[in-house]
Ligand binder design. Structure first.
Ligand SMILES: [Zn+2]
Length: 445
């Protein structure tokens, strides 16, 4: 009898797992183009948000900008029964730290934490940048509206907080405005260090940097494609891990890459009109972004951004030359596209924040056998429905095959030749949400 019921439960649950959740569609529909437009205009309206700019004025400079961002988070919090913990996280950067720090400066991030009901110390993060610049990176007085770079990412982050603060999540979500990006990724470095010191269990960060341009400098107009940049493996891996990769694989299966695949899949499921493009590199060629300091600290992190950039509208003095208009102006931002990319973030924040923790101690075995065996540590989370084994051809970017195997801590996958695929395991919650996939870190016989 007991077996009978567990079979029924299993069948029911597989049906549930396959379903999509209406709440995710509600989240997509709640992201407001009007609010995003208004926030980008407000941010661009501070004249310059250069990291070294004025901090005293209430209308111009980075001080005014960060106080306004904090006040937005505070008012969102007020509307949700104080569901956000809002604070400044500051780091003093000394003059001469690099050539772009021409005086001592406080690099100030604005952090808003929506505390998880079950895992208050596990964090899924979304970031945008507060600061902007013109042609000369050290010019902190000229107008630098930074409408796309990166008021768009900042506005998206604030909007995601507005939408998701209406829900409760098991894991914590952090919405953060980072500063000092253009001067050398200082805000991200400061917050990643703070996360380590505070022993935050960081699931990952989605860094949004330029999510509002649809017309590339090459003339291509595309309001559906966006890029998810992720590094292959963490820079913090040990020699032992690197050597083991040579024999067992995993060159393209680091934690940031799994986060990228998770986002890719969520978007294909819920926003089929969009065209997520995974890019297998840390960032654009020779360029940087604020996910990197989190990667440096060993955390999963990706950069989300437009697919076609316009360099005449990035880091430029506002001017006209030979008939070309330069400058990062509000007029060039596509607010509908910024809305879509904000929704991309919001649904992934929600999905991960509703999902159980990833399985730990995931081990794989099966040398010279036409099957694969797995072992992992079960979670004692009562929300766990079970575990799902994923696999894919070694040349495929996405986890194309899967099998739900129930609430067990080992499994023998028969008939699948270990040599011919890569494998991973995710936890599945009773609510249907899945954790990111874990690539096995150990081998057993
Ligand atoms: Zn920039």
């Amino acid at each position: 009898m007991k077996t009978f019921f567990s079979v029924i439960l299993f069948l029911l649950s597989t049906v549930l797992v396959a379903q999509t959740d209406q709440k995710i569609y509600d989240i997509i529909n709640s992201v407001s183009t009007i609010r995003i437009k208004s926030d980008i205009k407000t941010l661009a309206g501070f004249g310059t948000r250069h990291t070294l700019s004025d901090t005293v004025s209430n209308t111009r400079g980075i001080g005014a900008a960060r106080r306004w961002i904090k006040s937005e988070f505070d008012s969102i919090s007020k509307d949700c029964n104080n569901c956000l913990e809002v604070f400044y996280q500051k780091n003093l950067i000394k003059k001469g730290t690099n050539q772009r720090i021409t005086k001592d400066v406080w690099v100030v991030n604005v952090v808003a934490i929506q505390r998880g009901t079950k895992y208050p110390n596990r964090f899924m993060m979304m970031s945008g940048d507060i600061d902007s610049r013109v042609t000369d990176p050290n010019n902190y007085t000229s107008d630098a509206p930074g409408a796309n770079d990166n008021a768009s990412g900042m506005a998206g982050t604030i909007e995601a907080a507005r939408v998701l603060s209406k829900y409760k999540f098991e894991n914590s979500i952090i919405y953060v405005g980072l500063s000092g990006e253009e001067q050398g990724l200082f805000g991200g470095q400061g917050l990643a260090k703070y996360a380590k010191e505070e022993k935050w269990d960081v699931i990952g960060i989605m860094n949004n940097d330029m999510i509002g341009n649809i017309k590339g400098v090459d003339g291509v107009i595309d309001n559906r494609t966006f890029r998810i940049f992720s590094e292959p493996v963490p820079p913090t891996e040990t020699d032992k891990q690197r050597k083991s990769r040579r024999f067992y694989g995993g060159e393209v299966d680091g934690i940031s890459r799994q986060l990228a695949r998770y986002i890719h899949k969520t978007v294909q499921t819920y926003m089929p009109e969009m065209n997520p493009m995974m890019v297998y590199r840390l960032d654009r060629f020779g360029r940087g972004g604020h996910h990197r300091p989190f990667n440096d600290a060993g955390f999963a992190g990706v950069r989300i951004m437009e697919a076609h950039e316009n360099y005449t509208q990035q880091h430029q003095d506002i001017r006209e030359e030979n008939g070309i208009k330069y400058g990062d102006l509000v007029a060039y931002v596509d607010f509908d596209y910024a809305t879509k990319l904000t929704a991309v973030n919001a649904i992934n924040l929600a999905s991960i924040a509703w999902a159980p923790p990833t399985p730990s101690n995931v081990k794989i075995g099966g040398i010279v056998e036409p099957s694969v065996k797995f072992k992992w540590k079960k979670s004692n989370d009562p929300n766990i429905l079970g575990y799902k084994i994923y696999w894919r051809d070694t040349t495929s970017p996405t986890w194309d095959y899967s099998r739900f195997v129930g609430n067990v801590d080992s499994f023998l996958l028969n008939g699948i030749v270990i040599d011919n695929f890569f494998f991973g395991i995710a936890s599945v919650g009773k609510n249907g949400y899945e954790s990111p996939i874990v690539f096995p870190s150990e081998v057993f016989r």
